[in-house]
Design a protein around this ligand. Structure first.
Ligand code: ADP
Ligand code: MG
Length: 723
């Protein structure tokens, strides 16, 4: 069998591929299926006794745990509804710190004495589950003798029925905490941070004369992803095990042609998109736009923004749904931040705003001086927050895979700065000058008196190189990676905003109490904030070398890699911050730091082992065969007195020799026990990554030389352009 048999078969299979029949009727309106599988407020209103429904609603509004006295009634209604939807099992769904989604399944059916079974689902099954926590990272929060963790329904996130060919499951979004109540997941701190943020936002609104309803933060996440045919995927051990290609040379036709962005979507991909959107609709996930991204094979989906906590759950569910629907369509959905070297990576832009029912979106500029003043105050909170805690924002998106993006001139740099746009930047410049002149005669804007120049609601010229950009009525945090949960970044944004708004509310309350006129107090505050924290505002090119220099001069941290960023989590200011706002205590912060290191070392360790295996068992043998062919050819020619292509033989022998050396070095680097988690992580960065790079360099040179019919791995060209 020839060396490229697997590859050729994959290509044949791709060409013979017949897309699955569309599983729904073309005339079906999205409205008919939206949320059909969700135990929504409307369903609860219909099925719960009035008093129980009212109690659940107030629980949702206050993000409190479910009252055990009403849990039985809710559970019973939920069970009946789920059974009608064909569910046989229920699962507590939680979000451990691996970033993945975990589920603990149980059957509704309880055997009874007479040998039959009874559908059972008590309130306690809703409010408390006990998955074995020992298989999830805890960063030292869980003693080995007490491996239990608890899950409990987060009432603010609706339960839903997940369909699968093997049966339907009632899924209950839950928090996941240790015996001692410490957070083992992403959801718990997100909920806590919402509370903190809300409290201080509402203080500010009261200063502006409102009687505010509960403030919440909103999140709209734009998800980028790649699709590759599963035949290729299965023929690449690196994609299969590490989610990214660990070797492979750039395609001759890359993204430099830029003909992919917003180009036509291949029919097969469109089929996948329609199918997955339908699944998302059923689950009540408002999926919206779709267009091709910069890279070939890359796409994006942006669900409508929702309350951050629900958006985070939906985002996780979206990823699971995409994975399974893609498989159904013969493709693999890749969420890795950098599946292909030399080709644009994938991010997950987190669009953030805050607001409530009574005042609306607090980051909307408004159209009279009073509303403008309030808007500027909330904007200034963002400026202070990002300036003081830019390092923490960077740490909130730190991972081995996201390191490939940040700072690689395709995603925002690792320096966290704010882009305000020309108009808003100009307004803040005037406010800064106001400190000196405080008079309109000098061209400064009087807060609360003048109306802002109109800010474009979705500025077309917005700066794509900025990690934290104002986009008309929200900020867009562009550093999060495509694979990451949005809960981490949202928790950080909520918490640093809580601090900034606490500071602002306290300052304004004091000023007003001491008799300062309110508009003057606001003007003074804004001047102070922009003067002290304006260093984080940068409207220029974030990719330029000059910015690196200037940012350093401004004192902004440039935390290039995960290992540079993670220590931010256990820095004194960060721990004091998270403790003060009851989001994470010191032990919890330490555990997150440890888990960050552990995940970093683990994922690079896997990559290193796969690189070694692919190098040894696929690349080196292919190169040896080709080398032998050339040598045999040379000998045959020499026997009849002809001088063959000696240089051609050397062209394969040299990189093959390099490959062998690199493989030996990589094997040696893998044979290592660092002792501590930090030592392991440092070893991954300092020894494994360079050793892998050396293997890749030799292998990629060989790929350009070895005869195509001997090359065993699907090429970039094949994976990216055949769909
Ligand atoms: P882009 O031009 O950045 O690709 P998209 O329309 O694709 O814009 O995505 C924008 C995302 O921002 C969507 O998820 C959208 O729902 C979300 N979004 C819009 N307004 C807000 C807001 N006020 N708060 C949070 N997210 C928002
Ligand atoms: Mg965007």
């Amino acid at each position: 069998m020839s060396g490229n048999a697997v590859r050729l078969q994959a290509i044949k299979d791709v060409e013979a591929y017949v897309p699955p029949a569309v599983s729904y009727l073309a005339h079906e309106a999205p409205g008919e299926i939206f949320g059909v599988n969700v135990f929504s407020k409307a369903v609860m209103q219909k099925r719960l006794p009035k008093s129980v429904f009212k109690s659940v609603m107030s629980t949702i509004d206050h993000s409190a745990p479910l009252d055990p006295l009403i849990a039985d009634a809710v559970a019973s209604a939920m069970k009946d509804w789920a059974l009608e939807k064909g569910a046989t099992h229920y699962a507590h769904v939680f979000y451990p710190l691996t970033g993945l989604t975990a589920e603990k399944h149980d059957s509704f059916l309880e055997p009874v004495g007479d040998g039959s079974a009874l559908a059972e689902f008590a309130g306690s099954a809703l409010t408390r589950g006990e998955p074995d926590a020992s298989s999830f990272p805890s960063g030292g929060l869980r003693n080995t003798f007490e491996a239990r963790g608890y899950t409990g329904w987060d009432v603010t996130s609706p339960a839903y029925v997940l369909e699968s060919p093997n049966g339907n499951t009632l899924c209950i979004p839950t928090v996941f905490v240790s015996m001692t109540g410490e957070a083992l997941d992403h959801k718990t701190p997100l909920l806590r941070s919402q509370q903190a943020m809300a409290e201080h936002a509402e203080r500010i609104l009261r200063l502006f004369g409102h009687e505010p309803s509960r403030v919440v933060s909103y999140c709209g996440a734009e998800q980028e992803y790649f699709l590759v045919d599963r035949h290729f995927f299965l023929a690449r051990p690196d994609l299969l095990n590490a989610g990214r290609t660990l070797l492979g040379s750039k395609p001759p036709k890359g993204q430099e042609f830029d003909d992919h962005y917003f180009g036509a979507i291949p029919e097969r991909v469109l089929g996948f998109m329609m199918d997955s959107e339908r699944e998302l609709f059923k689950l009540g996930i408002p999926a919206k736009t779709r267009h091709n991204e910069v890279a070939p094979g890359q796409f994006e989906i942006a669900p409508m923004f929702e309350q951050a906590n629900v958006a985070a759950d939906h985002q996780q569910l979206l990823m699971t749904t995409f994975k399974s629907v893609a498989k159904k369509h013969g493709m693999e959905c890749l969420f890795h931040e950098k599946p292909f070297a030399g080709v644009n990576g994938s991010g997950k832009h987190v669009n953030f705003s805050l607001g409530n029912a009574t005042q609306g979106n607090l980051l909307f500029p408004g159209d009279n001086p009073h509303d403008n003043a309030q808007f500027l105050v909330f904007c200034s909170a963002v400026i202070r927050a990002v300036h003081l805690y830019g390092g923490l924002l960077r740490a909130s998106v730190a991972s081995a895979s996201n390191d490939h993006r940040l700072g690689a001139n395709e995603a925002p740099p690792a320096i966290i700065s704010i882009f305000l746009g020309d108009q808003l930047a100009d307004v803040f410049e005037q406010i800064a000058k106001g400190a000196a002149t405080s008079s309109k005669g000098h061209g400064t804007l009087m807060v609360g008196v003048d109306t802002l120049p109109s800010l474009p609601s979705d500025p077309g010229d917005r700066n794509r190189t900025s990690p934290f950009a104002f986009t008309g009525n929200r900020f867009e945090f562009r550093a999060p990676g495509s694979m990451q949960s949005v809960a981490g970044p949202m928790t950080t944004i909520n918490t640093i905003m809580a601090e900034a708004m606490d500071y602002i509310a306290t300052d304004l309350e004091k000023a007003v109490a001491s008799g300062t006129e309110f508009n003057t107090a606001v003007q003074n505050l804004l001047t102070e904030i922009i003067t002290n924290h304006g260093a984080s505002v940068f409207n220029g090119n974030g990719y330029s070398d000059e910015w690196q220099v200037e940012a350093a001069a401004r004192g902004l941290p440039n935390l290039r890699t995960t290992l540079d960023a993670l220590p931010e989590l256990i820095s004194e200011p960060a721990m004091a911050l998270f403790e003060r706002y009851n989001v994470l205590n010191r032990r919890e912060m330490h555990s997150r730091y440890d888990i960050g290191l552990e995940q970093y070392a683990l994922s690079i360790g896997v990559e290193a082992r796969v690189t070694l295996e692919v190098g040894r068992t696929l690349v080196a043998p292919a190169a040896v065969r080709f080398q032998t062919e050339l040598a045999v050819n040379l000998a045959a020619l020499r026997a009849v007195g002809i001088e063959g292509d000696m240089a051609g033989l050397e062209a394969v022998s040299t990189p093959l020799a390099d490959l062998r050396v690199a493989l030996v070095n990589l094997a040696a680097a893998l044979d290592h026990d660092g002792g501590t988690t930090l030592a392991e992580a440092e070893h991954a960065r300092d020894a494994l990554l360079p050793a892998m790079a050396a293997v890749r360099s030799a292998a990629d040179r060989l790929e350009g030389i070895v005869a195509d019919d001997l090359w065993p791995l699907p090429t970039y060209q094949e994976m990216l352009f055949i769909l």
